[in-house]
Design a protein around this ligand. Sequence first.
Ligand SMILES: [Zn+2]
Length: 969
Amino acid sequence: MTVRRAFLTLAVAVCIFALYFAVQPLGPGYEQLDRSSYSATAIGINAENQWSEFVDDKQGILFVHPGEIEPVLVKLRFASSGNAVLTFFIREGGQLGNIKFTLRHNGELIGSHEVIYDHSPTTVGLKIASGDIVEIEAEKNGITAQDWGQIRIEQRSAIFTLEEVLVPLLWAFLAFYLASKRHLTVVVNAYLIFLIYIVADKLTFGLLDFRNISAYSALAISLTFIFVWVYQELYWARRFRLAAALSFFLALILYVVPVTYIIYYLNFHESIDKSILFAIFQTNLTETIEYLHDFVSPLWLWGAMITALAIGFLLLSHEKRVPTVFERSLLLFLIVTFAVPTLISVDALRLPHFTFRTAAEYHRELSAFRAIQESRAAGIDNLTAAKDHNDEIHIVVIGESLNRRHMGLYGYFRETTPSLTRLRKSGELIVYENAFSSHTHTMQVLSQALTEANQFNHRSYFESSSLIDVLKAADVNTVWLTNQNLLGAWDNMVSVIANTADQLVGINRAIGTTVATDTWDAELLPPIADALHPKTKQSQVIFVHLMGSHSNYCSRFPEEYQDYTEPLPRGIAGSSIDHQPKLAQSLNCYDNSVLYNDYVVNRIISLLRESGTVGSVTYFSDHGDDVMAQLGHNSTKFTFDMAAIPLMFWLSDSYIERYPLKYKYLNQHSAKLFTNDLLFDTLLGVIDVRSDKRQEKFDLSSEAFHLEESKASTLHGKIPLFNDANYIWWQRFNRESLADIEQDERVIPHRVNSIGKLHDIWAAGYRSFEVDVIFNLNESSGFRIGHESATSGLPFEAYLDSINVSEVRKIWFDLKNLTAENYQEVLAALQSLDDRYALKDRLILESSTTGDWFKIFREEGWHTSYYTPTDRIVELLARNNISELNELAQQIAAQVEVQNVAAVSFDHRGYSFIKQYLESKLAKDVVYHSWVGPAISTSEFLKKLSQTPIYLDKRVRTVLIPFHSPFHL
Ligand SMILES: [Zn+2]
């Protein structure tokens, strides 16, 4: 060995140790943690919270069972410093257990881990200081059955144990040994693969234990000798390049899986779970590439590319100097010796094990489903279903990734659905206001929407009858037309259902792994028109599966529909458009795709109308997309925008004549909460198929429809729709509750400073709001929307013109810059606003001016309100400076009298000042306006509001409340 090579080998050995300890697969070093160093308590254990249980066995294991109503919260208090290792698992024997543990350290979120009964435990290491509090929330995560959660609390000694140095030591020896045989690069490559696996494993499942690391290590060492063998064999054959290419290909295959997990984690700060793997399996390469392009930061993709190149380079550079040193039998012996222990404890390789097992599960489900479909098709399984008429045609249009909040029909500020809006206005469309999807991924949604399985019966789709089965049993002819890929890289459940239809037409030529999707949804129209002339004397159901608004949004519409091209100003779309450079284009493309979808869906309806057949069109989207947060529809990043779907029915006149009651009930239920897993029952109702498979309480066209709203959920039962994060529902629901007690003109949204937000409050039913306005902003003329910290420059007239002003009941007009210099101009400008919109009786003119000329506005008929100096009041209250508070009250009272204002307005923090110091000095007819009350986006809103003193005070005529909108400015 030359000095140079010795030096290089030493450097490699040092790197092996350094990288290994940087990754810390076993976690940091540990100190002894005895029983007295922590105490454990639990919250949420009571009889009402069924199944909730907590037991501390005093041996370092805590038993926790989440409750049916709320999670159980375990609190650990540490009395001494050190490093704790927490392991989460399900007690042996449980067959269904499935808990979501969320860990907080001194209030800071560490992460959430889904723990499933037959999966490897999740381990987390924490550095603890004396007095630290660790909270562990155990949530039922679906159903509470055998949720026998276990938390083990452990410690390890701080001194290096043999376990911790053994693995890198082994690799260092290997490096020395193979370097002497001129195979150093092979070791480096195998070691890199080993490291990538343990990093991915740690990110996904938490800390590894020694068993995990030895398994990965043994496998990688066995792999090293496989590489050596490949080089040697091909060296004899003088095929160096082939050796390099083969090794590179092998390395690449091994490296794709862990790198996917790592990139996912780095990009989304969540680990890949079963749902995501299922979504990956059912998508094809096209979708994957579009998804990476849309949602994954290029930084991570470049990182992955560079790592791949580095490995490739290593393997390639090896090519020129391969000697022959190992006997084949020795290599075989080494490979087997290292591979066998791994194969015996294959579950220790958590990442590949999880991936393969989930893949196997996916295939098992699919084949079970296919078997059931085939047995039904063969008439083996008898299903009873019947339909009276044989002259009807029903069309079921399945949309894709459409968030209803981007549809003009549902109040979006852009009229993205002109045709559907027209149909609705003419009374032809029944539009559901509160429909949500049952999941955020196509397959998960359709596996319930199109089968008997739903979020209530907990059946698995692969043991359930599909809609097509039941229709066939009722002697209805079925046609499936699709623009989605029928065959992904993997088969999927939707194509299994599609294949059972009597007729299947796929127009998407991008089968399997092609990259471009070049077929527009409208190309489905001719086959739909054909299907409207059935060849059999049977009623007919046509399923139409659109590509809709699936990412990549920009490739979902033809050029003629590229209406939105200019980036939206913040005055329209709010401030998030400033922070996210990619958002402007993404939003335009998405809205264009919605516009195009409007055309397609309307044409489908027209085709059925023109055919004159008795029939219906049902349109719904599988799930939404969170476009404004640029999250797509990734379930681990769930938001309710991913579940807010459109649902609508078009019925022919002859249908309404034939089924007047169905028409009546479909209309009657249109404001009800609904989840699309129940479409199986609803569609059978609309199509009028009698079957014992249909549950009437889930049929919107039946009088018996009844969904217990508090039990409605999404993400397959994991997230209740009544969750506080469902601002879409709560803001609407709470507004209706306010209207019921006639308070919706008094309790109104705060800071409605963009057209987007104005349309949001409008769609939720509000007709009163507060807006900030600046006069003659930066040399412009007239009123412009804006706040000191966020001006939009939008003319107030443009803002008003975006809605129907005649419906407005109250505008709180917070004028930011009324001065002695501009007040006459302002007065004239207000007058012309009144001439145009008749606002005088509906407007609160608020100003912080102390000028006595403010009285002129009241004289001219405006309701004026003096904006009291919040900061000063809050400061004096904090210091409890009674004499100055009295002095300030005296001063304000005198000024209010001179200004002759109709009201004073104040921040809720200044309320005690108003009551204690000011009120007694004010004339009785001066009223109040105040801000801010509790947020209207949560379930607790009404309860909190009813405990808010400013709300209870009748003299307060307006209470501003925060309103959540993605278009906030
Ligand atoms: Zn989808």
